[in-house]
Design a protein around this ligand. Structure first.
Ligand code: GDP
Ligand code: MG
Ligand code: K
Length: 300
């Protein structure tokens, strides 16, 4: 019952001067499939621009307000906030426009990134506007000033190489849970109650040997067309291997019991037959990640 697939997730900050193509890129990757979160509550510090969910990964793209206005010198406070953000995210995409030279705006951003340990990708956008021979000197120019984890030329407008970039982003994200629901369940009103029902059963049946801090993420709620049954896929997230052992129980007996009881409650809630698929996963820094999310203005 243990979830063996390595699910990757993390926060990706996209930075770059105005008009380099950040929004075009996001719109392309987010497309129709993904929940656009920009209307959701947020703090002034960071803004979730979009969440891209695949079978085995979730990328949460965030914006860092303030840094795209290099004309105005940022105060120390803003610089501190921006660099704090850069440290908290898992990856930074520094997007530039190959159609323009390395300008002061770019230098300004590279200055901010200087002491940041988070991996930085140099994303050279708008390659459709230059001859391929022109690319190499441009790359060398940037590379001589800063080290980049990857250098990826793309055309956000035409889509060239965008898949490669997404693949490389995924490779560089840590293992982690799906923080946000995938599109098909974004608006499922019962989602939170379902996770609480499962959590309640887990706490109750383990006689609270696992701490209240365990979390339950609902990975999928899906009704197959023409079928009367609703599929629910959920993961119980614990912080230690020992807790995982308790939740699974002898030969999976505890999981089975949690699943059966939770399923009955969920069936009552939804008024439908339910197939519940339950996984357990250890996520050591789960609580830290959750407090990060609260910083972003989201509450589960
Ligand atoms: P942002 O300010 O960084 O969010 O930039 P936008 O996404 O708003 O793009 C600014 C302009 O550049 C728009 O007119 C886009 O259509 C254009 N643009 C973005 N990506 C590309 C690209 O890959 N190639 C070309 N030729 N134009 C692009
Ligand atoms: Mg924009
Ligand atoms: K946008």
């Amino acid at each position: 019952m243990e979830n063996q697939t390595k699910h990757k997730s993390g926060f990706v900050s996209i930075i770059g001067r105005p008009n380099v193509g950040k929004s075009t890129f996001l719109n392309r990757v987010i497309g129709q499939k993904i929940a656009i979160m920009s209307d959701k509550p947020q703090t002034t510090r960071n803004k979730i621009q979009g969440v891209m969910t695949t079978n085995d990964s979730q990328m949460i793209f965030i914006d860092t307000p303030g840094i795209h206005k290099p004309k105005h010198k940022l105060g120390d406070f803003m610089i501190k906030m921006a660099t704090n953000t850069f440290r908290e995210v898992d990856l930074i995409l520094f997007m530039v426009n190959v159609d323009e030279g390395l300008g002061r705006g770019d230098e300004y951003i590279m200055d901010l990134l200087k002491d940041v340990k988070t991996p930085v990708f140099l994303v050279l956008n708008k390659i459709d506007t230059v001859h391929p021979d022109e690319l190499l000197p441009i790359i060398d120019n940037y590379r001589s000033r800063q080290e980049f984890k990857e250098i990826v030329p793309i055309s956000a407008l035409e889509g060239n190489n965008v898949d490669t970039l997404l693949e490389q982003i995924k490779e560089n994200l840590p293992e982690g849970p799906q923080y946000y629901p995938a599109d098909q369940i974004t608006d499922h009103p019962e989602r939170f109650i379902i996770s609480e029902l499962i959590r309640e059963k887990a706490l109750h049946l383990t006689r609270e040997e696992v701490p209240h801090s365990i979390a339950v993420s609902i990975d999928k709620i899906q009704k197959e067309e023409g079928k009367e049954i609703i599929n629910v896929m959920a993961t119980i997230i614990v912080e230690r291997d020992s807790q995982k052992g308790i939740v699974i129980g002898k030969r999976g007996a505890m999981m089975k019991e949690i699943g059966q009881r939770a399923r009955q409650d969920i069936e009552n809630l939804l008024g439908s037959k339910v197939y519940l698929e339950l996984w357990v996963k250890v996520q050591k820094d789960w609580r830290n990640k959750m407090s990060n999310l609260r910083d972003f203005g989201f509450k589960e």
